[in-house]
Ligand binder design. Structure first.
Ligand code: SR1
Ligand code: MG
Length: 395
């Protein structure tokens, strides 16, 4: 279906975005409004509307019926806008400090109207610029514990969780992840996009049967395990931050999956920073990796102890089993993310932005080798210190 023939759908312009904001009564009638399209992601329009005099704003996000990163030849469901609005509301109910407020959503226009976070910076951009966010990973750890616990069988009970899982089937967006994260980078696929100087490293990866077997197991977990409602795309570009505030945005990939996926994607995107930085600036990133896991583990344990709907909750060793599995899954998923952002369809600025050719190629090779190790050796790693040691050993 082309852009113009989806019933009732039309891409917003600055003018129609302003008209929508006025219709919703989000600004005073007399206000002078300015609108800028600021979307720099792969998939959507993002309109920032501000009251010029009162400096008050909102964000209107609109899904496009195709992937912006590729063009109209790659159609993409508009249903992801509803998924995103519903996920923001659920995550916001469990972790209100870390999620933008939703003011309005419209399924027909594939629009979500939400809190203006433009006083914050996208965490990836800030980290690349050397900014320090001392609370970022503690906040993300708490966000992960709360959202992943409260939407699970333990938090919701089996019946309600199944109901929620049904409402969050997200096959089109999951397929993107299945292909771009778990499949294509491990084979000579058309979607891959890597620099010529990486050819030998990439060929080695494609011939590594052990990596492929472990990637297949991780893909199987991603496809089959409905543990909790995941964000589904939790890289540092999906997080707004300042020194004191953290907000997690963009859950259009939300679905019921293995909880290690969100944790692993975040850890991998921190690892890109460790890889890209000069050695003397890496320590702060290792601290982030340690903090996100430790905070997640601590907060998840508290929630488990407080109120758990599973009869086995008090069984000796069960919580430890769940945490260990999530930890090792997270490391494996992190490995897949490291590889796909280096050689797959959608890259990260942390690596692509390194201007010096030699340094950039070395960084990408390090990311691929670290990814392979995490995928293959995750079951040998039992503590976050082990994992950080492994990252250090590859740089
Ligand atoms: C075609 S979409 C490419 C990537 O952008 C999103 O942010 C996801 O990470 C997806 O894999
Ligand atoms: Mg996104």
């Amino acid at each position: 279906m082309s852009v113009n023939t989806i019933q009732g759908y039309e891409p917003l312009t600055s003018e129609t975005a302003i008209a929508l904001a006025r219709r919703l009564g989000l600004f005073e009638k007399s206000s002078l409004l300015d609108c800028q399209e600021i979307g720099d992601g792969n998939l959507n329009y993002v309109f920032h509307i501000t009251d010029v005099h009162r400096k008050k704003g909102i964000i209107i996000k609109q899904a496009l019926p195709y992937a912006k990163v590729v063009g109209e030849s790659w159609p993409l469901t508009l249903k992801r806008a509803v998924i995103e609005a519903n996920a923001l509301q659920i995550f916001g109910s469990f972790a209100p400090d870390f999620v933008p407020k939703v003011y309005y959503s419209d399924e027909r226009l594939a629009v979500t109207v939400m809190e203006d976070l433009s006083h914050l910076t996208i965490a990836r951009t800030g980290l690349i610029g050397g900014k320090n966010y001392p609370l970022l990973s503690k906040h993300v750890g708490e966000y992960l514990a709360k959202t992943l616990y409260h939407t699970s069988d333990y938090g919701l009970g089996h019946g309600k969780k199944k109901e929620w899982a049904k409402n969050f089937t997200n096959p089109e967006l999951c397929k993107i992840t299945e292909d771009l994260v778990f499949t294509d980078p491990f084979f000579d696929s058309q979607t891959n996009d890597f620099e010529e100087d990486l050819t030998e490293t990439v060929r080695e990866l494609w011939n590594d049967g052990a990596v492929q077997l472990e990637a297949a197991k991780l893909k199987k977990s991603f496809i089959t395990e409905q543990e909790a409602l995941l964000h589904g795309d939790l890289h540092t570009g999906s997080i707004f931050a300042s020194r004191t505030v953290t907000k997690v945005i963009d859950p259009e990939f939300a679905f019921y999956g293995p909880i290690g996926f969100d944790i692993g994607q975040y850890i991998a995107n921190l690892a890109f920073q460790a890889i890209a930085r000069d050695p003397e600036n890496r320590e702060v990133i290792y601290t982030h990796i340690q903090q996100v896991w430790e905070t997640f583990q601590e907060q998840y344990t508290i929630l488990w102890m407080e109120d758990n709907k599973d009869t086995f909750a008090g069984t000796d060793g069960y919580l430890d089993f769940v945490l260990k599995k999530s930890f090792q899954d997270a490391l494996g998923f992190a490995g897949c993310e490291l590889i796909r952002r280096s050689i797959g369809l959608s890259h990260v600025k942390d690596l692509d932005g390194i201007e010096d050719n030699g340094r950039r190629i070395t960084a990408k090779k390090n990311a691929i080798e670290l990814g392979k190790k995490l995928i293959k050796e995750r079951i040998l790693l039992t503590t976050i210190e082990d994992a950080i040691q492994l990252v250090k050993s590859r740089l």
